[in-house]
Design a protein around this ligand. Structure first.
Ligand code: AHR
Length: 503
């Protein structure tokens, strides 16, 4: 089968905002306790942070991390997580029915994010709390000093403000499972008033309002309309959340459908963009609201196991999905979709980062291991730099249970003019046939292949618990002045990076 990508260097989608390679740490399961924080672990540093986990996250390269939730957020008191650790209260986390010891809180998160070369995407509780607590948190974090809360931050060891730029106004407030869930108007009004107060404290911050927690929620559409109508002038981004699962794990024909779910992600993004722009037009506004896709991933493997976990434990084994090879292929395609929409998606968070539906797993009494989904994410976040070029693609297509005309070849190119490199990410979704892949360039002269890799050769249900999965070289990448040719194996994720000169 043949497939092609034509690259026109001046035909750009957008400059990449690298915050789209963000992730998410929720105080949930073993994400924090025995994940990133485990003072008694042999690899723990002077702050109790696992240095083996820090090393893995640095390799993954996540420039922004959302915290502290998630459903946890909607019942959280941020003040519980500051001050001397021996005076912090243990509370019931009524979102996940765990015990929260608060040994890891705000200062620990800020210190830890610096160690993983990341910045916080902080969230305020609009489930059980409101305007005052949110404004107080901005003051505590961002005000230089001389007030009760900023002085308290200094007393707790942080002389300089945290200077947190990006803030989420609650979490999934449209979801009936959420503590303090709201109607669209209740949320919109509270979010707008909270946004006003937070920006009065610090007018340099950027705010993300909750969009729908899933495109399948019955209020999808009307929720966005109400929130945008009310909050438009005081927010900067609208959020989207989406998790993908399997319809029937035992039916091999479902794989084609599973691998096509990027089509759904694309439709979701384009639908929300249309809603933002419709309200913009209705308001005759000059301001554009962009998107924060602040939770996305595959999530279904742990559903049954989670029903067996007993309540009120510290750091229980919850949401510990073991990802397989087909999940990595879908994650690769979802990343390509985020890049294709980089003109409007400015923030995105792979949910989550450690142990909880995560690319990085820890053994409480041992080391770390990397899930299959680690590999495509690591490649795109490290090498998808500069601008996204419009993909002119030719490919055979297929129909699946939910989707029609799905291209077997899913591909995108990014151009980093500073380092004069082009990076091509390409996936072959065909289960049996290779793709004879050709890439044509117009105004760039190709110099040499810097690296070319493939992630292939695994059965769809293989996972990486034995640590044997890895990227392999993609050999026989042929290159001349303005053309590349390579063979993409069936069910494969590939990356080709080349150095270029302007012609
Ligand atoms: O990421 C797991 C959960 O998924 C989050 O807590 C919630 O926001 C979403 O429903």
């Amino acid at each position: 089968m043949k497939g092609s990508l034509t690259i026109k260097t001046n035909d750009k989608i957008a400059k990449i905002d690298e915050r789209i390679y963000g992730s998410f740490i929720e105080q949930l399961g073993r994400a924090v306790y025995t994940g990133i924080y485990q003072p008694e672990h042999p690899s723990a540093d002077e702050d109790g942070f696992r240095s083996d986990v820090i090393a893995a996250i640095k390799q993954l390269n996540v420039p922004l991390i959302r915290y502290p939730g998630g459903n946890f957020l909607s019942q959280y008191r941020w003040e519980d997580g500051i001050g001397p650790k021996n005076q912090r209260p243990t509370r019931l986390d009524i979102a996940w029915r765990e015990l929260e010891t608060n040994q890891f809180g705000l200062h620990e998160f800020i210190d830890w994010s610096k160690k993983v070369n990341s910045v916080p995407n902080m969230a305020v509780n609009l489930g059980t709390r409101g305007i005052q607590e949110a404004a107080d948190l901005v003051e505590y974090c961002n005000f230089p000093g001389g007030t009760y809360l900023s002085d308290l931050r200094q007393k707790n060891g942080a002389k300089e403000p945290f200077a947190i730029k990006t803030w989420c106004l609650g979490n999934e407030m449209d979801g009936l499972w959420e503590i303090g869930a709201k109607t669209a108007f209740e949320y919109a009004h509270l979010a707008n008033e909270t946004a006003k107060a937070m920006k009065r404290v610090d007018d340099t911050i950027e705010l993300v309002a909750c969009g729908s927690s899933s495109m399948d929620n019955p209020t999808f559409g009307s929720w966005e309309e109400t929130v945008l109508e009310e909050c438009y002038d005081n927010i900067d981004y609208l959020s989207l959340h989406r998790y993908y699962g399997y319809y029937n794990d035992d039916d091999p024909s479902e794989l084609d459908n599973f691998l096509a779910k990027n089509v759904d992600l694309d439709a979701f993004i384009k639908g929300v963009v249309a809603m933002c722009d419709a309200i913009k037009a209705r308001k005759r506004s000059k301001k554009t609201i962009n998107l924060s896709f602040d939770e996305w991933n595959v999530w279904y493997h742990s559903n049954d196991a989670d029903t067996q976990v007993s309540s009120w434990q510290v750091g229980p084994h919850l949401l510990e999905d073991v990802y397989n090879f087909e999940d990595a292929l879908l994650v690769g395609s979802l990343l390509i979709t985020l890049l294709k929409n980089a003109d409007r998606v400015k923030i995105a968070c792979l949910a989550q980062l450690v142990n909880v539906i995560a690319p990085i797993m820890t053994d409480t009494n041992g080391g770390t291991w990397l899930q299959s989904i680690f590999y495509p994410f690591m490649q795109v976040s490290n090498y998808g730099k500069g601008v996204v070029l419009t993909p002119h693609v030719e490919s055979e297509t297929y129909n699946s249970r939910e989707f029609n005309n799905v291209p077997y070849l899913d591909t995108i190119a990014t151009y980093d003019s500073t380092n004069q490199t082009i990076t091509i990410f390409a996936e072959n979704k065909h289960q049996h046939d290779a793709i004879d892949f050709s890439i044509d360039f117009d105004t760039l002269k190709l110099k040499e292949v810097i690296q070319s890799t493939q992630f292939s050769g695994y059965a769809p249900k293989d996972d990486n618990r034995d640590g044997k999965m890895n990227l392999a070289p993609l050999t026989a990448v042929n290159l001349d002045d303005c053309h590349i040719n390579a063979t993409l194996k069936p069910l494969s994720w590939n990356m080709i990076q080349v150095s270029v000169d302007s012609k």
